[in-house]
Design a protein around this ligand. Structure first.
Ligand code: FES
Ligand SMILES: [Fe+2]
Length: 355
């Protein structure tokens, strides 16, 4: 499976960065060190000193620069070397890679491709815990599985009925309902109405859960693996009255929540999964947010168990092909988009090498 390099990958929750000092992450097998310069700006460099290859994440921030705490080489934010203690000449090859990095929507985004193409306009419009319109909790999970399998999972909610009947309280309707799948710029949109539904865990009170409603869910799934989802419940008959088109969420009766999720490949068989979830500020409380996060943690562990087990089967029998079903429409379209973007990038790289 190919990955698109010209894209913003989530490296961390902003809130999880240490207040001072460097922070190590790995994305697509590349070791990266992130730190905040004295000015407050984020800087991301290759996490490997040019001298004897020690990790710079064990180094020390000095103003906007980072010093390797092995033999003291000092690096500039652009990856060049500012000082070699005891040596006047700095060789031209004394340079490490510097990555474009942006702090937005409470996520630290790193551009893994050609720095000249790093346009912050490509950052998906996520909603972070810093947004006053929502009461969001946040967390992350480590996966022993390829990032693509997690993307596939999030693009096909038919699994909710079988993986999450207890945590989310998902009924069989999720597996039987076929969502509307539409291509969008750098992604796929998945929308669905489910009519005459009982309430789901956490989103309605126990008494109100028995009342049937029409449930609207919509999410955008962007390259390289960012899902932004919202939805809410409406009185029975709403879906039909709207001819199954999108409702005005401001008029939802209950259960309006938002979740931003991102999957970043760490290596070919490991990934990091970042997630937030919570109610709209005017409909919820911090208690509801915390209860939703408890449900999310349980549910995302359920996903992890099946996906890591799936990875083991795939690795033991790599020659066996998958057999898509009609639930896989969004999975197929998204993966096709990724393949196309990756191919185009590859062609551009070969062209520039040929020149
Ligand atoms: S390894 Fe960094 S200064 Fe020697
Ligand atoms: Fe799931």
């Amino acid at each position: 499976m190919s990955y698109v390099r010209n894209a913003w990958y989530v490296a961390s929750w902003t809130q999880d960065l240490p207040a001072t000092g460097p922070f190590a992450v790995t994305i697509m097998d590349e070791r990266i060190v992130i730190y905040r310069g004295e000015s407050g700006r984020l800087i991301a460099l290759e996490d490997r000193c040019v001298h004897r290859l020690a990790p710079l994440s064990l180094g020390r921030c000095e103003g906007e620069q980072l010093r390797c705490l092995y033999h003291g080489l000092l690096f500039n934010p652009d990856g060049t070397v500012a000082e070699i203690p005891g040596q006047d000449q700095i060789p031209a090859q004394a340079r490490i890679k510097s990555y474009p990095v942006v702090d937005r929507h409470s996520w630290v985004w790193i551009w893994m491709g050609d720095p000249a193409k790093a346009d912050p306009a490509f950052i998906p419009p996520a909603v972070g815990p810093d947004d006053p319109d929502w009461l969001l909790g946040h967390g992350h999970l480590q996966y022993d599985a390829e990032a693509r399998l997690i993307n596939d999972n999030l693009l096909d909610f038919s699994h909710l009925s079988y993986v999450h009947p207890d945590s989310f309280g998902a009924t069989e309707s999720w597996a039987r309902n076929r969502p509307k799948v539409t291509p969008i710029e750098r992604g796929i949109r998945v929308t669905r109405w489910m009519t005459d539904q009982p309430g789901m865990n956490g989103r309605e009170s126990e008494e109100s859960k028995v009342k049937l409603r029409d449930r609207w869910t919509t999410y955008d799934f962007f390259v390289p693996g960012v899902m932004l989802m919202t939805g809410g419940t409406f009185p029975v008959g709403t879906a039909k009255a709207l001819n199954y088109e999108a409702p005005d969420l401001a008029k939802a009766e209950a259960g309006v929540t938002f979740t931003s999720q991102a999957i970043s490949p760490v290596s070919s068989r490991t990934a990091r999964y970042f997630f937030s979830w919570g109610p709209r500020a005017d409909q919820g409380t911090e208690e509801i947010r915390d209860m939703l996060m408890g449900i999310a943690r349980k549910a995302f562990d359920e996903d992890r168990v099946i996906i890591e087990a799936q990875q083991k089967v795939i690795d033991q029998t790599p020659h066996v092909k998958i057999m898509p079903t009609t639930s896989d429409k969004a999975v197929v379209l998204y993966n096709r988009l990724v393949e196309k973007m990756a191919r185009e990038e590859q062609a551009l790289r070969s062209e520039s090498h040929a020149v």
